[in-house]
Design a protein around this ligand. Structure first.
Ligand SMILES: [Zn+2]
Ligand SMILES: [Zn+2]
Length: 369
């Protein structure tokens, strides 16, 4: 069983406090229901960015006003279980507050087009998630589909057939022991995270590490330094950073002292190494480029950043990541707006502040005026 904690995939904090629950009758299985790129199955490196994008689209969804990503957990085609709201938190995905209190919601990264058939590893991961929620979240025996008790086609025919068969663990995927318990408070986390192209965490080295240490000291979170801060990330950096994360309201694995994009931005006011996109420049490009000759660039570098993010979302063919905010980029951006819950004239492909900020949060660029 491979559980990827919120800190490990770079989750943003919840928008509102999550509702605690002690148990449920079981688990409901979901799928994403939109197109999931078939190529996702070839690259596990895209699964954590996809989680950040899913969370960003839920947080930007003005119609639902979610507190956080709606799901309890999400399982990628490679069988990893990404922690969503997590155990003992009420989900937002089952349809209404009663349904949400009744079952946890576990979603497969699977669509109604593109990637539509679950892999054996994914079914094994869904089974892992169910067993994890039984052990850690007081989940009862029931395994249902989203469509049970609610008018939806979710989780799609292939996954629903598996649910109706009793959600069997596929041959060849082993039931593995429960995940290792979270490290004790006094053992600092020693993994690394890459944010904005720069590496942070134990053993990371460079002027960007010194900059984090100096910012921590300036804010009064330098208590664990014996010497320094310096360019090599040590356990003292991790412990100081964890203190800072707790001051932001993070807890448990989210406050393990390894930076994510949100806490770093909160500490430094910007993302080092990260890119900046001006809303005014992007709107100007979106208004000028489609009517100009093919390949016309208005603010090419910034348009390129936005286009790469849309391509990473599976919304834009990579060959149109060219710095020109043309008609295909407009269409891709409109699809992003719809994913964020906008429709009609609000999903016209001309970027607005909320959707651009959500895209930036998921793909690590900063939006300015
Ligand atoms: Zn569903
Ligand atoms: Zn994966």
């Amino acid at each position: 069983m491979q559980i990827v904690s919120r800190a490990e995939w770079g989750a943003a904090p919840s928008k509102y406090p999550l509702v605690s629950i002690s148990s449920t009758r079981g688990v409901k299985i979901h799928y994403e229901g939109t197109e999931v790129p078939r190529s996702l199955a070839d690259d596990h490196g895209r699964c954590a960015p996809r989680m950040r994008a899913l969370q960003a689209s839920h947080l930007a969804n003005t119609a639902e006003d979610y507190s956080d990503i709606a799901y309890t957990a999400v399982v990628c085609p490679h069988g990893a279980v990404f922690e969503g709201r997590g155990a003992r938190r009420r989900t937002g995905a089952n349809g209404d507050p009663t349904l949400n209190a009744g079952h946890y919601a576990v979603c497969a990264m699977l669509g109604d087009s593109g990637l539509t058939e679950p892999t054996a590893a994914q079914l094994g991961g869904l089974r892992d998630a169910i067993e994890w929620l039984r052990a850690e979240g007081g989940a009862g025996d029931e395994i249902r589909g989203h469509r049970d008790g609610y008018a939806t086609s979710c989780p799609g025919a292939p996954l629903y057939a598996w649910v109706q068969a009793g959600a069997p663990r596929p041959d060849g995927t082993e039931a593995t022991p429960q995940p290792a318990p979270a490290p004790a408070e006094d053992v600092p986390a020693r993994y690394q995270a890459v944010v904005g192209g720069l590496t942070y965490g134990y053993g990371a080295e460079g002027p960007h590490v010194t900059a984090v240490g100096e910012a921590l000291v300036a804010r009064g979170f330098g208590g664990h330094y014996r010497s320094g801060p310096g360019p090599l990330w040590t356990d003292a950096d991790t412990l100081n950073y964890a203190d800072f994360q707790r001051s932001l309201g993070y807890a448990g694995g989210d406050a393990d002292g390894v930076p994510g994009p949100h806490s770093l931005r909160a500490l430094l006011g910007t993302l080092p190494g990260g890119r900046t996109v001006s809303l005014a420049h992007i709107v100007a490009a979106a208004q000028a480029d489609p009517g100009a000759e093919q390949g016309h660039q208005t603010h090419g570098e910034e348009a390129h950043v936005v286009e790469q993010a849309l391509a990473d979302e599976g919304l834009l063919d990579p060959r149109w990541v060219d710095g020109s905010f043309g008609t295909r980029t407009i269409a891709a951006y409109a699809a992003w707006q719809r994913r964020c819950g906008y429709s009609g004239g609000d999903a016209d492909g001309i970027p607005g502040r909320t959707t651009l900020a959500a895209l930036g949060a998921a793909h690590q660029f900063t939006v300015t005026e």
